[in-house]
Design a protein around this ligand. Structure first.
Ligand code: UD1
Length: 341
């Protein structure tokens, strides 16, 4: 029988790509999402790619009773991947209580319910934001956790601590914490991708919307950083590569391949690219010229961060393999597809 995997936030950006990879790897999936930042028709895209339509339970994970009914309905859940969370850095500064409430409560409910249902494994979506501006680059999992720059970042740090404390107190399952660098791109089929609501805050959706003429100009936040070309440097990772790491993590947990109760992995490419390099790569990959201007720094941005992904490469046998050009092209194909919807 196929193992059943619960994916919260499964209609979201990284969640939907992960659902596709799980199905293609032979898992059965149930999606839980409150659709606060995604659409139910994402499931159509998943079905088009995989030929399987996973059930979508519209439910808020911060509502314990509602979330419990999902566990009661699908009582054979083997493992869970918890993507469901609020993730806009700027919004979290304006609405810290909403962020703490949603992100912490959802995780707490998840851990309680998965443990009560004898789940075998738990995968948590964390972020490189926990490292702040690292003293040493590329950053390894051993780098110190720095004070968070935003309530959003703080929720990721606190969530990691909650998982550690709850594990210590005796959860039924082992956990894998995945620290994502900057996920970008879309499924090569262009059936699923990122769906930013309103004006995009993240770089790539702003780039593709500018290229499509929806935004007049891309603003590049600062060219006076201590980096080779003065713009900020990040580790941009293809979302399908990222999704595949989740499948490996789930398999590792279900097959109890490690004796560690918690493992933490960086998911990045190991390569840092500047904002200006991204602009050039986008133009090269798509042949579309981008209108952009350099403006002042954005508050809260760190100068540069990229991953040392050796631990994930060696232990998980996983590696990000897509080139940045093909990834940016996939983001552009998705943008073109959105224009026809
Ligand atoms: C941030 C968070 C990260 C979170 C992610 C998702 C931090 C340090 N990082 O990543 O944890 O998971 O958002 O929301 O809090 N840029 C422009 N013009 C734009 C948009 C962005 O120049 O219009 C630049 C930024 O200054 C930055 C780079 O592009 O240097 C990437 O920005 P963005 O895509 O927003 O991601 P991060 O801020 O790195």
């Amino acid at each position: 029988m196929k193992e059943l995997i619960l994916v919260t936030g499964g209609t979201g950006y990284i969640g939907s790509h992960t659902v596709v990879e799980l199905i293609e790897a032979g898992y059965q999936v149930v999606i839980v999402d409150n659709l606060s930042n995604s659409e139910a028709k994402v499931v159509d895209g998943i079905e088009k790619i995989t030929g399987v339509r996973p059930p979508l339970e519209v439910c808020d994970c911060s509502d314990f009773d509602a979330f419990k009914t999902v566990f009661d309905k699908y009582h054979t859940i083997s493992a869970a991947i918890h993507f469901a969370a609020s993730k806009a850095v700027g919004e979290s500064v304006e609405k810290p209580l909403d962020y703490y409430r949603n992100n912490l409560l959802s995780l707490i409910n998840m851990l309680k319910l998965l443990s009560a249902n004898n789940g075998k494994g738990f995968v948590f979506s964390s972020s490189c934001t926990v490292y702040g501006q690292p003293d040493v680059l590329p950053v390894t999992e051993q780098a110190p956790i720095k004070p968070a720059m935003s309530p959003y970042g703080n929720t990721k740090q606190i969530c990691e601590e909650i998982i550690r404390d709850a594990t210590h107190a005796g959860l039924s399952f082992k956990s894998i914490i995945l620290r994502y660098f900057n996920p970008i791109g879309a499924h090569p089929s262009a059936e699923i991708g990122e769906l930013p609501l309103g004006v995009p805050q993240n770089l790539i959706p702003y780039v593709t919307q500018t290229a499509a003429g929806i935004r007049a100009k891309l603003k590049i936040f600062g060219n006076d950083y201590n980096t080779p070309d003065g713009s900020c440097v990040r580790d941009y990772i293809n979302v399908v590569d990222l999704a595949k790491a989740h499948v490996i993590a789930v398999k590792r947990l279900i097959e109890a391949k490690s004796s560690d109760k918690i493992e933490t992995f960086n998911l990045g490419t190991g390569r840092g690219l500047s904002v200006l390099e991204i602009v050039k790569s986008f133009e090269k990959a798509t042949g579309v010229k981008l209108n952009y201007e350099i403006v002042g720094r954005r508050e809260g941005d760190i100068e540069q961060v990229w991953a040392n992904p050796d631990y994930a490469n060696q232990v998980l046998g996983w590696k990000a393999t897509s080139t940045v050009e093909e990834t940016l092209l996939s983001a552009w194909r998705w943008q073109e597809k959105l224009a026809t919807r």
